[in-house]
Design a protein around this ligand. Structure first.
Ligand code: SR1
Ligand code: MG
Length: 430
């Protein structure tokens, strides 16, 4: 890791980046050949940073540099460079806890807010693959290993109180990124906000309903409080399908710059929400009726597997001998203690499931009415078709958020999604 003075930060455009990488002996050797011949391409399509792919005579690397502002909006929205520090810290921790499921770290420069990572090839962003209707059979297995291990081993179930508090402290400074989430997910879609947008005119009425729906305002505010005040575990913090790179046989989780200690259901809910959005968007990508039926069935099966496998793996880690300060072993001695503790584990998972359902709903609504949308819906060219898919997703999301009790099991979520697959909102035939 390299450190220097804050004023030495500069944006490394292509030529400067080439010189910089050539000056790091390990990277120069890894890339191979003459630096002048290296191919450098800026490929960042996320909302915040620059991302370069660099290919040399021998190998390639991915370079990510934080900009001092939000890329999506521009210099009018400053954002601390320190997010690169938290992303690097989270990636290092995740690499220990979930080996092989995050990109390898090669180099980090704190002053430049720059991280060089293993080049993932031929991986693509999972969201793009899902828009194209591709199934990823390894996904549920790998993402649930990632979540179960990163969440369990950074929680009070696995850590001493002191270790846990050190962890919280290490990420507490990432509050500017948390504030983005607090505003863009938990507040703005439910009020008039300059940066909100939706598919006009079809969703105008629904947007107005959201702003007037007090049941929904209470539910989203409870979720916001949980997000702000429940440091249960180290979260990825932005675990959508744009933060996952895939091949048909492999996944890698990238981009944990929103990492902080928060409620576990926020990460699990993010994964489920993005699968459900891909499911509802699928009808809008059909060129012939029924064309994507196999893909859609796979998505719903995956929704069920993500929760059931996550819960199974998390409980397995807990039962294997939790060394954390929560649930002291001495309070659950003997047969009677074992039975009571197991019942408590089940109750814990039920609460976590309810959180997950609520956060999944929040993640869905923000992508349809807030600032940052996703290509699942955005690439449906015809606005009426897009709005139909979006309205179905919102109908499910509202029920999940306000009537969370009506979804006691993941099968209930999948069944409700399937029921809405062909639901026609009023404007569908206008
Ligand atoms: C201004 S940043 C908008 C969104 O991009 C990131 O991927 C996060 O999801 C954030 O909310
Ligand atoms: Mg990101």
């Amino acid at each position: 890791m390299t450190e220097g003075k804050a004023e030495d930060y500069r944006i490394l455009h292509e030529a400067v980046l080439r010189d910089y990488l050539a000056g790091v002996p390990d990277l120069k050797a890894l890339l191979g050949g003459e630096p002048a011949a290296w191919e450098i391409t800026e490929v960042g399509d996320g909302n915040l940073n620059l991302v370069f792919i660099v290919k040399g005579g021998r190998g390639g690397v991915a370079v990510k540099q934080a900009l001092p502002y939000v890329r999506l909006v521009g210099e009018s929205w400053p954002l601390p460079l320190s997010r690169a520090h938290y992303e690097h810290l989270a990636l290092s921790r995740q690499a220990q806890l979930a080996p092989g499921l995050v990109p390898g770290l090669l180099h980090h420069n704190e002053t430049l807010a720059l991280t060089v990572m293993e080049l993932l090839e031929p991986h693509i962003i999972m969201r793009k693959g899902m828009v194209a209707g591709t199934q990823y059979p390894r996904f549920a297995g790998d993402i649930t290993t990632f979540m179960a291990r990163t969440l369990f081993f950074t929680s009070d179930l696995a850590l001493s109180a002191a270790e846990k508090k050190e962890g919280i402290a290490a990420f507490a400074g990432n509050h500017a990124l948390c504030k983005i989430t607090e505003d863009l997910i938990f507040t703005d879609p439910y009020r008039i906000a300059e940066q909100n947008r939706w598919t006009v005119p079809y969703l105008d009425a629904l947007a107005a309903e959201l702003r007037d729906d007090m049941e929904l305002h209470v539910a989203i505010s409870r979720l916001k409080l949980k997000f702000m005040a429940s440091p249960e575990a180290l979260l990825h913090g932005d675990l959508h399908t744009g933060s996952i790179m895939v091949t048909e046989g492999q996944i890698r989780v990238i981009d944990p710059e929103f990492a902080f200690y928060g409620p576990m259901g926020f990460d699990v809910g993010a994964v489920l929400a993005n699968l459900l959005m891909a499911y509802f968007a699928s009808a809008g990508h059909e060129r012939a009726p029924g064309e994507r039926i196999a893909f859609e069935s796979w998505v719903l099966e995956t929704v069920e597997q993500v929760w059931s496998e996550f819960a199974r793996k998390f409980l397995e880690l807990w039962r294997a001998g939790a060394a954390g300060d929560a649930y002291p072993v001495s309070l659950f001695a003997g047969e009677k203690g074992a039975v009571r503790l197991e019942a408590e584990r089940q109750a814990y998972m039920q609460r976590l499931f309810a959180d997950t359902v609520g956060f999944a709903a929040a993640k869905t609504i923000r992508r349809i009415f807030g600032l940052a949308h996703n290509i699942d819906f955005e690439l449906i060219e015809d606005p009426r078709r897009r709005a139909i898919s979006e309205a179905r997703a919102v109908r499910l999301a509202r029920a999940m958020m306000v009537q969370t009790w009506a979804f006691p099991a993941i099968a209930d979520v999948a069944a409700a999604a399937q029921k809405l697959r062909d639901w026609q909102p009023e404007f569908a035939t206008g």
